[in-house]
Design a protein around this ligand. Structure first.
Ligand code: 9WN
Length: 461
C-alpha cells in the first residue's frame, strides 16, 4: 500500500493510527495474536513487545496481555513459548497443541491450558516495568492499577527467572541453555546450522506432518527449509519422549546451546525485575538474589567474548565449542549492559561497522539479523539476513539504557523511516526494503507505537 504524501507530525500520526489499528485488529480480548493468519496464537516474547505497544493505547489492556500469558505458566516456572487459541480451526498453524501433547505428557501444565513445551527469551519483566512507567505519565489511577498488576505478576516473574537460572543453567554458568532453535526466537539463524547439521532424523520415527506456514508467505524461500523443519520436529519428538522434564532432557538431548542473546535479555529482565521487586516491597532476600543473577549473567557474557570474531559467541554444549556465527546476537552485552569500557567501545564499533549498521548497501541503517559478511547470510530468508523491527527496538532500548542517546536517536529515526514503508511486516529485506513474512505483525505495530510516543517522534514534544 503506498503512503499518502504527508510529512512530519501528520505522517507520524497517521503511522500511529495505523499501528493502533493493527493491534486492535489482532486483539482477541485479553491477548493478541502474533499475526493475522501466519501466527494465530499467543507467542511469549511477542506478547511482551505487544504489551509495550498496548501501553500507549491502554495500560490496563497492556497489563492484561502479560497476565493472560503468565496464566499459562507451568508449575516449573517456565513460560511456554506458545499459548494455543482453542478456537482456531485445525490446519491453521503447525505444530499445533495436539502435536505438542504437553498436557498429556506433563503434570506441570496448568489445567485447561494448551501450550507448547518450549520457552522464548524473557522480555516480560522489561515490558511489565515499562507499562508502569507509561502509566505514571498518564494518571494516578492508572499508576495504582499498574502497581496492583505488578504485585500480582511479581511472584510469577520471579519463578520464571528462577526456572531459567536453575533448570536451564544447571551448571550455574550465567548462560541459559536452549533445547531448540525456536527457543532462541531467531529460529533459522546461522547460529544453529552446525548443531542442526549434526542431528540425524530417523525418517521412520518422525511422524508425518504438513507445514501451514508456507501458505501465508509470498515465497517459501522467506521461511526455514523443509530440512530445518524436519530437525525442528524431531527435536520436539525427543522432548516429548522426555515428557518435557528438564532433568530427563539435559544429559542426552542433541541440541543444547548456551544462548548469549537469551542470556543477555535475562540480565536486562532481571534488572527490570529488581525495580519491580522494590516497587512491590519484595523481601530484601529476593532483591539480593536478583542482583546476584544480574552479576552472574554479565560475568558469563564477558567470558563469551571472542576477540578474533569481535563478538560474544553462543556455546554448543554437546560439541563443546563456541559457535562462530556473525549475527546480531553477538552484540548481546549491549542488551545486558554493565560491560567494561573497552568492551563497550569494541561492541559499539562493531555495531557501527559494515557488519551491521554501517553496511553501505543497507536501505535503512537498522541491524540485519545476520551480518552481510557472514558466509551464511541470505537477504530474504527469515533470520539469515532480514531486519526485524522489534529487534531494532530492543537494540534502541538497550542503547538508551547505556546512555548512548545519539546512537539511539539515529536508530529510532531510521526505524521510523522504515516503518513508513513496510506495512508492519514481520521482517524486511535489508538492501531493498521489501516487506517479508507476515504483514500487520503485532510486535512490529507495537514497537512503532512505542517509538511514536517518545519525545520528538511526532515533532510536537
Ligand atoms: C516459531 C511469532 C514467532 C516469533 C519468533 C519467530 C517465529 C515461529 C515460527 O514467529 O517463530 O516459534 O513458526 O516460525 O521466529 O521469534 O516469536 O511471531
Amino acid at each position: 500500500m503506498s503512503q499518502p504524501a504527508t510529512t512530519g507530525p501528520v505522517r507520524h500520526r497517521d503511522l500511529a493510527a495505523r499501528a493502533a489499528a493493527v493491534l486492535r485488529g489482532n486483539d482477541l480480548g485479553g491477548w493478541t495474536k502474533a499475526a493475522p493468519r501466519l501466527y494465530p496464537h499467543q507467542w511469549s516474547w511477542d506478547s511482551a513487545f505487544i504489551a509495550v505497544g498496548w501501553a500507549h493505547l491502554d495500560t490496563r489492556r497492556a497489563a492484561q496481555e502479560l497476565t493472560t500469558l503468565l496464566a499459562a505458566q507451568w508449575a516449573t516456572g517456565q513460560v511456554p513459548h506458545i499459548v494455543f487459541n482453542p478456537d482456531v480451526p485445525s490446519g491453521s498453524y503447525f505444530p499445533d497443541a495436539a502435536r505438542w501433547a504437553c498436557a498429556d505428557l506433563s503434570a506441570d501444565v496448568p489445567a485447561g491450558k494448551q501450550t507448547s513445551g518450549l520457552v522464548q527469551p524473557p522480555v516480560h519483566a522489561i515490558a511489565a516495568w515499562r507499562i508502569r512507567e507509561v502509566a505514571r505519565t498518564h494518571s494516578e489511577a492508572e499508576t495504582a492499577d499498574a502497581d496492583a498488576f505488578l504485585r500480582d505478576l511479581y511472584p510469577r516473574l520471579l519463578a520464571w527467572h528462577r526456572y531459567l537460572l536453575t533448570a536451564r543453567d544447571p551448571e550455574g554458568s550465567g548462560l541459559v541453555t536452549i533445547y531448540h532453535p525456536w527457543e532462541s526466537g531467531t529460529d533459522n539463524s546461522p547460529r544453529w546450522d552446525a548443531a542442526l547439521a549434526a542431528i540425524d532424523v530417523p525418517a521412520d520415527e518422525l511422524p508425518p506432518y504438513t507445514r501451514f506456514d508456507l501458505q501465508h508467505v509470498a515465497d517459501a524461500a522467506q521461511r526455514p527449509t523443509n530440512a530445518e523443519y524436519d530437525r525442528y520436529l524431531w527435536l520436539v519428538e525427543l522432548l516429548k519422549r522426555a515428557r518435557y522434564d528438564d532433568a530427563a532432557i539435559s544429559p542426552a538431548h542433541p541440541f543444547l546451546i548456551k544462548d548469549v542473546l537469551f542470556s543477555a535479555i535475562l540480565v536486562a529482565a532481571n534488572e527490570a525485575l529488581g525495580h519491580i521487586a522494590e516497587a512491590v516491597g519484595a523481601p530484601g532476600e529476593d532483591r539480593e538474589t536478583i542482583e546476584a543473577w544480574v552479576a552472574l549473567g554479565r560475568a558469563a557474557l564477558d567470558r563469551a567474548w571472542d576477540a578474533e570474531v569481535g563478538l560474544v559467541l553462543d556455546q554448543d554444549v554437546r560439541a563443546g565449542r563456541p559457535v562462530p556465527a556473525r549475527t546480531v546476537a553477538g552484540l548481546a552485552p549491549l542488551v545486558a549492559g554493565g560491560m567494561a569500557a573497552d568492551r563497550r567501545a569494541a561492541l559499539l564499533a562493531r555495531l557501527d561497522s559494515t557488519d551491521f549498521l554501517g553496511h553501505p548497501q543497507l536501505r535503512w541503517p537498522v541491524p540485519p539479523s545476520t551480518s552481510p559478511h557472514d558466509p551464511a547470510f541470505v537477504a530474504r530468508t527469515y533470520w539469515r539476513g532480514p531486519t526485524w523491527p522489534f529487534f531494532t527496538w530492543l537494540l534502541w532500548w538497550s542503547l538508551g539504557r547505556l546512555g548512548e542517546t545519539e546512537r539511539a536517536d539515529r536508530l529510532r529515526a531510521a526505524a521510523l523511516d522504515q516503518l513508513h514503508e513496510i506495512d508492519f511486516a514481520e521482517y524486511v529485506e535489508p538492501f531493498t526494503g521489501e516487506p517479508l513474512g507476515s504483514l500487520d505483525q503485532s510486535w512490529t505495530a507495537a514497537v512503532a507505537l512505542d517509538w511514536l510516543a517518545g519525545p520528538g517522534a511526532t515533532g510536537e514534544a
